[in-house]
Design a protein around this ligand. Structure first.
Ligand code: SD4
Length: 333
């Protein structure tokens, strides 16, 4: 039996059951580590959903799905769809702010407990891009599709062709063009990407990340959100992480993958998010000008978050409660 399956099955069945070394074919240290992992896994805490920012309804939707027994991947996709379809949200889905040319282009990715992933970038005519990324993962031999190719594939899968630029977003863009300064305002403009992680009743972890990217970005610009390892990473044996904020800086440090690897090496989610932010600020003296925030979850259902500037919060659904939690931050003034 593969180690991944072993951990999953034992977490599923009962807590604190001990197994002989012969089953794992491993030494005593490995056996002890596995037992610790299992002992620490308290399934009564599951399911859990967390997401970036105060997206209360989206996280509640994911929590509701998880509570009905739905798998983590279904839950995160249903959850983020709430924001993709929210016309008032100008940084996710339909109604998102356009690029400098007036085109709304969406980016998204998903990752499942088996370690499979799918992504779409530069999608101009489909609202539910996280679900589309899932189709790329499940129905094609590829991980990422871009632009027209992603759209055509989407129509073939039954996705509707839509105009994503709402009148409100168009007017805001016309206004911006009067003095087109490209200067994101921390926590206000450009920072509402929804990244969501869930651990389902079986203890399996999946995630999704979906965005219209930075408002008034250059035509063709892609951020971190659809990039596996940057905007999102899941390893079902360890945990998951997602990012929001200035994507360029997240990509330079492969932030979400870094957090999962730090957790693999013993950090808890909070410590790992802090280290990933530190990695950015110590290499970039312009850090005061942009916001980056991470949230993470480990296999035990522990969660954490850290960001550069005050103001970032995240949602956590557990035991029927959906709470908004302020994140600790690096730049204390
Ligand atoms: C990007 N990371 O495209 C995204 C933007 C974002 O909250 O997170 N906004 O760079």
């Amino acid at each position: 039996m593969k180690r991944r399956k072993f951990i999953k099955n034992t977490a599923l069945s009962s807590i604190g059951v001990t197994f002989g070394t012969s089953l794992l074919g491993c030494n005593n240290t490995d056996q002890k580590n596995s037992e610790e992992k299992i002992m620490a896994t308290d399934n009564t805490q599951f399911p859990i959903a967390i997401c970036t920012w105060a997206f209360t309804a989206a996280n509640a939707k994911a929590g509701e799905e998880l509570s009905k027994g739905k798998p983590a991947l279904d839950a995160v996709i249903s959850g983020v769809e709430v924001e993709e379809e929210n016309l008032k949200n100008t940084t996710v889905g339909k109604g998102g702010a356009p690029d400098r040319e007036g085109n709304v282009t969406l980016d998204a990715c998903v990752m499942n407990p088996e370690g499979d992933c799918g992504a779409v970038v530069y999608v101009n005519t489909i609202t539910n891009v996280a679900a589309l990324a899932r189709k790329v993962m499940e129905e094609t031999p590829h991980v990422m599709l871009a632009g027209e190719g992603a759209e055509e594939f989407g129509y073939s899968q039954g996705f509707e062709k839509e105009n994503l630029l709402t009148e409100e977003s168009r007017l805001a863009w016309e206004e911006w063009k009067k003095s087109p300064e490209y200067k994101p305002i921390i926590n206000i403009e450009n920072h509402d990407t929804i990244g969501m992680l869930a651990i389902d009743k079986d203890g399996d972890i999946a995630g999704a990340c979906t965005t219209s990217g930075l408002s008034y970005k250059m035509k063709g610009r892609i951020g971190d959100s659809p990039i596996i390892g940057s905007g999102l990473f899941i390893d079902n044996e360890i945990g998951g992480a997602v990012a929001t904020g200035m994507g360029e800086e997240v990509m330079k440090t492969v932030g979400s993958f870094l957090i999962v690897e730090l957790m693999r090496n013993g950090m808890n989610p909070q410590e790992a998010c802090e280290e990933a932010v530190r990695r950015i600020v110590t290499k970039n003296d312009r850090y005061k000008d942009f916001q980056i925030a991470y949230i993470a979850m480990n296999k035990k259902g522990e969660t954490g978050s850290y960001c550069i500037h005050e103001g970032f919060t995240y949602m956590k659904y557990q035991n029927g409660e959906n709470k908004n939690i302020p994140s600790d931050f690096y730049h204390k003034g």
